[in-house]
Design a binder for this molecule. Structure first.
Ligand SMILES: Cc1cc2nc3c(=O)[nH]c(=O)nc-3n(C[C@H](O)[C@H](O)[C@H](O)COP(=O)(O)OP(=O)(O)OC[C@H]3O[C@@H](n4cnc5c(N)ncnc54)[C@H](O)[C@@H]3O)c2cc1C
Ligand SMILES: *[C@@H]1O[C@H](CO)[C@@H](O)[C@H](O)[C@H]1NC(C)=O
Length: 433
């Protein structure tokens, strides 16, 4: 009898994990709490009632963090799966190099249909608890029906792959003096359209890909946009292409008079603080001895995937960030599937723990904070090539690496048109014989 595997979540990670598990001959059930597959890419126009989403367990909490205008920040060449590219094909009428979110969702739908994954998905099935059973199996307790209500069912599986996403629970840093703040506060998780920012003075905290996108989008309707970031100290002041956007160092405090003061000394009066400060990993259905989320370090995890104590029957796909996400999801999935089918073996629990400790030690020596444990900004090539090697795939192609490096720097150009210029530049280069 084939081994049974439960996959938690039908986002990009769950879908590609299911494909790889099916390819290895395993029996797969994908649990998805919402009414459709696609995860993050299923744009949800709703936002949480609390603009800071302080209670992740609140009934009806919104999963998605996309805004209405969102286009990918990676070109479609970097968002396909093997045997199912996104480049050179159109799924929802949006052929742009950096398509809007509907195109990615249609791509994922077609992928799920094309590989027989769609038929394995149980919709409106929220996993409430995942726990080890005595015989080496795992109990999965899940609830039928959206937003509670339905009956709770418990089933046993040989293995569980966790793919529940990690862009839902906001991280909101506590600003010194925030008690004196009299304006509004909102986290980017709840940002959908620029309209609420019309004629407002806005402070945007944090400057990742979505912080940059959102700051520039609201600049078209807002009075002023003040970006606070610790990563652009060489670019302080008004930015070139925009009349009403300034870059500051970090926010230092909220003064007694309610104004915002920045580390470099400037002070502004603002109406709204918009936090683009990232998200917490959150696994409410897991309560495992010796397994924790500590300052956004999920662990211990061998290579971000297997908790040594529970390997190989429990695994995680999709934790790394600042990497070529879909490629990374696929390589992790192939590794998990190959290990579960017995084609590839893992080191001993002790050896995996040693590797984890070495990683933590190395981070400490390099002065990298715990919360960056799964941030791949400096190790994505090495890490993905390591995974590829485990499953007998060739290393990343040079062209793929160049495209990703170019995409990372393009975001920092602080010019919204980079996505469309890329297309033109691309066209020019392909016209050269
Ligand atoms: C604003 C924004 C922009 C992005 N832009 C890009 C981009 O341009 N390119 C790119 O490659 N990536 C981008 N990403 C990253 C994106 O998250 C990944 O592309 C991808 O969606 C990750 O898939 P996932 O399956 O890990 O998580 P998700 O897409 O979040 O899917 C998780 C799924 O699990 C389900 N789930 C959660 N808990 C349970 C439970 N207990 N029981 C059952 N089901 C559950 C959820 O409903 C959801 O469907 C972006 C992310 C954000 C937030
Ligand atoms: C993993 O699952 C298999 C099949 O159910 C089981 O035989 C094995 O003991 C499990 N491994 C561990 C370490 O629990």
């Amino acid at each position: 009898m084939p081994r049974t595997v439960a996959v938690v979540g039908a986002g990009a990670a769950g879908l590609v994990a299911a494909r790889e598990l099916l390819r290895e001959g395993l029996a797969v059930a994908v649990f998805e709490k919402s009414g459709r597959a696609g995860g993050t890419w299923a744009y949800d126009p709703r936002a949480d009632a609390d603009p800071l989403s302080r209670d992740p367990g609140a009934p009806g909490a919104v999963h998605g963090s996309l805004y209405a205008s969102l286009r990918t920040n990676l070109p479609r060449e970097l968002m396909g799966f093997s045997d199912f590219p996104m480049a050179g094909r159109v799924f929802a009428g949006d052929a742009r190099a950096f398509p809007g979110h509907r195109e990615v969702l249609a791509f994922l739908d077609a992928f799920a249909e094309g590989f027989g994954v769609a038929a394995r998905i149980r919709l409106r099935a929220e996993v409430l608890r995942v726990a080890p059973l005595a015989r080496g199996q795992w109990a999965v307790a899940w609830r039928r029906g959206e937003e509670g209500g339905g009956e709770v069912v418990e089933e046993a599986f040989d293995a569980v792959v966790v793919c529940n996403g990690h862009w839902t629970v906001p991280m909101v840093p506590k600003i010194r003096g925030i008690d004196s703040w009299r304006g509004k506060q909102i986290h980017s998780h709840n940002y959908r359209t620029p309209e609420p920012f019309r004629h407002q003075n806005v402070v945007v905290l944090g400057f990742g890909a979505s912080g940059i996108d959102i700051a520039l989008e609201i600049s078209h309707v807002a009075k002023q946009v003040h970006i606070a970031t610790r990563y652009m100290e060489d670019r302080l002041g008004k930015i070139e292409l925009y009349e009403n956007v300034w870059i500051h160092a970090e926010v230092d405090c909220i003064q007694d008079d309610g104004n915002v003061c920045f580390a470099e000394g400037s002070v502004v009066a603002a109406d709204i603080i918009l936090y683009c400060t990232g998200y917490h990993y959150y696994f409410p259905f897991l309560n495992l001895d010796g397994f924790t989320v500590d300052e956004n370090r999920v662990g211990p995890l061998y290579k971000h995937v297997f908790p040594p104590k529970y390997a190989p029957n429990l695994s995680f796909v999709g934790l790394p960030s600042k990497t070529i996400i879909f490629k990374s999801l696929e390589l992790e999935s192939k590794w998990v599937a190959a290990v579960l089918s017995g084609r590839v073996t893992l080191p001993s629990e002790e050896d995996m723990m040693t590797t984890v400790r070495e990683h933590y030690q190395q981070m400490e020596e390099e002065g990298r904070p715990k919360r960056h444990t799964h941030v791949q900004l400096f190790e994505w090539v090495e890490h993905m090539n390591w995974l590829a090697d485990q499953v007998g795939e060739p290393p990343l192609e040079a062209q793929t690496c160049e495209l990703f490096a170019k995409a990372l720097t393009s975001v920092l150009s602080l010019d919204e048109t980079y996505r469309d210029r890329w297309e033109q530049e691309d066209d020019n280069s392909t016209n050269v014989p």
